[in-house]
Structure formats: C-alpha cells, structure tokens
Design a protein around this ligand. Structure first.
Ligand code: RIB
Length: 312
C-alpha cells in the first residue's frame, strides 16, 4: 500500500454529467411540473463510488470512458481534484460523455434517465490494460452502467486474482448467470433486489421482504448480500449472520448519489478490514451525509463528516 492511503480500490464503471431540476414533486407521465432550481454536476455510478472512496482515504483507480467535451473535462477535474488515479479513463473521439436527466422532489427523492454515450465504449481491452491495478486492489467494485463485455472482463480478472469483488447491480438489467458466481458481495436497493430475485413484497414488512430477497441473492452465488432500504438502513445476509443495520435520520435534500456513497464507503470499510456490521453502519452514515446536500459528487464528504454522524 502506498503511504498515506488506507487501502486500494479499483472502480470500473460509468462517468456521467448530471442535469438536475428540483421541484415540489416528480412529474407523472405526460405532465409538466414547474421546478425551482437547476444544477449541472458530475455523476455516474462508477465515478460517484470512486469519488466517495477517495474522499475516505483510499487509493482509487477509476476505469471508464468519457467524451472529448466539457462534461468529460469536468469529470476529470472532479475525480482528479479529489485524488483519484485517472490513467485508465479514456476519451472517446466521437461519443459524448454519458449524460443524465434527473428530477428531485422536495423530499430529496429522484428519478433518473441516463444516455450512456461514451460509457458504452468501455472495452474489455481497456479493462485488460488496468489488470495490474485490479489485481493489486483490496476491493474491486463495478455496476451496470457500462457495456456488459467490459464488466465481465473486470469481474473475471478480479475474481481470478482473489480480490474481494463487489457488484452494485444498478441500473437493473438482465445479467448472465455466470456473473453471480464471480461476486463476493452484491448490493442492490430493494427495487433492484426484487427485480433480480423475482420476490414481490406482498404485504410483508420491509425487513421480512429484504430478508427473503437477501437469502435468495446468496443462493444465486454471492457470499454476502446487502440490500439498502433507504431511510431504514440496510439488510445484511452472509457469513456474519442476517440482520438489519439501521439508517441515520437526516434532513434529506437530495438522495442522488447516496447509494453510490454507500457502495464506495462499504468498499473502503471492507478493504480496511472492518467487521461487516460496522462496515455497513459506516456506509449508511456516508450515504446519509450525501443526502443532506445537492448533487452526487458535490455532496460527498470525507471521513470526519461520516464519523461525526456515526458518533452523533
Ligand atoms: O446513482 C446516481 C447516479 O446515477 C447519478 O449521478 C447519475 O449519473 C446516474 O448514473
């Protein structure tokens, strides 16, 4: 480990630019709602997770692709400014940087639509070029916002090297059966967990439902399943038992990127060797801190903020 870092994380994933309109409520189909604020800022599930991990003190290598446009420039500035290694972020000559249209309501809840752009141009060869960084990372993290072939190559390299492999299976989409066997930890939210397990809530309490889904996810391959439950916290099922780790009550302004903070922080906590219950509590706190400000990467904070909430 290089001096000054608590651990090493390799993140393979998307880098987006988010166009965010905030208003009193989310529009329904065919409706126009008058919003009250607009912001543009760096996002993307991969870049967000990388950003959170770096802010918590990890050495982070980001693997991905942006366009040669102002949105790509901003991403490199944001992640580079935070301290991430940028050598494996490619710049596509023709495709634009991934872009997202995001609506946020007065409770901080959102809807997101993504135009993948250059994220779809991440190739297995690009991932191969980062083999050394993946093989030397304590934890390898990926999501589902880039092309499938690249994701699979990353999972193969990381799992063959015996790295701890985390998949944040968002946005939800069909994935090959073989993927499940290469993952140590899967971290969906409850909607994604229902999609992958096919288990509907059907009048069960949130935690009963989460418990069933987590058990099924583990039966599909991963040793650990963590289902995030928004304000309620997160349900864990794995070698450490099956339990709820409570969330933190905060005044949520914008939950965009909270799930990514959770993933980035969980990766760091696991890489640092925290027991799983403590690691999930730490990740819950990181996600809650992010929900208290506007934006994704702009709202993420370092360890002192996370520790302050943990010890409040
Ligand atoms: O998870 C939040 C992120 O999802 C946003 O930053 C947006 O870019 C989409 O990738």
């Amino acid at each position: 480990m290089k001096q000054g870092y608590s651990c090493a994380i390799a993140v393979l994933g998307s880098l987006n630019y988010d166009f965010v309109v905030r208003g009193p409520r989310l529009p329904v189909r065919g409706e126009t709602v008058m919003g009250d604020r607009f912001n543009m800022q760096c996002g993307g599930k991969g870049a967000n997770q990388a950003c959170q991990a770096v802010l918590l003190g990890a050495r982070v290598t980001m693997i991905g692709c942006v366009g040669r446009d102002f949105m790509g420039d901003e991403q490199l500035k944001s992640l580079g400014g935070a301290g991430a290694e940028l050598a494996h972020i490619y710049r596509h000559p023709n495709l634009p940087t991934g872009a997202c249209a995001i609506h946020v309501d007065s409770r901080g809840d959102n809807t997101i639509m993504v135009a993948a752009g250059a994220n779809n141009a991440v190739t297995p060869a690009m991932v191969e070029a980062a083999r050394e960084e993946i093989e030397s990372a304590d934890v390898f993290v990926t999501q589902l916002e880039i092309g499938e072939a690249a994701i699979i190559r990353g999972l193969q390299i990381a799992s063959a090297a015996g790295r701890f492999v985390m998949l944040d299976p968002a946005p939800m989409r069909p994935i090959p059966e073989t993927v499940w066997g290469m993952i140590d930890l899967v971290k969906p939210n409850e909607t994604e967990a229902a999609y992958y397990t096919g288990i509907a809530r059907e009048g069960r309490s949130l935690t009963e439902w989460a418990a069933q889904m987590a058990a099924k996810l583990r039966a599909m391959g991963p040793r650990h399943a963590v289902i995030t439950l928004g304000r309620e916290g997160a349900w864990y099922d794995g070698p450490d038992g099956a339990f709820l780790v409570p969330g933190f009550a905060v005044d949520a302004v914008d939950t965009t990127g909270s799930g990514d903070s959770f993933s980035g922080a969980l990766a760091v906590a696991i890489a640092e060797g925290m027991p799983m219950r403590d690691a999930i509590l730490f990740a819950n706190a990181a996600g809650a801190v992010t929900a208290t400000r506007d934006g994704a990467q702009t709202s993420m904070r370092g360890r002192e903020h996370v520790e302050a909430l943990l010890h409040r």
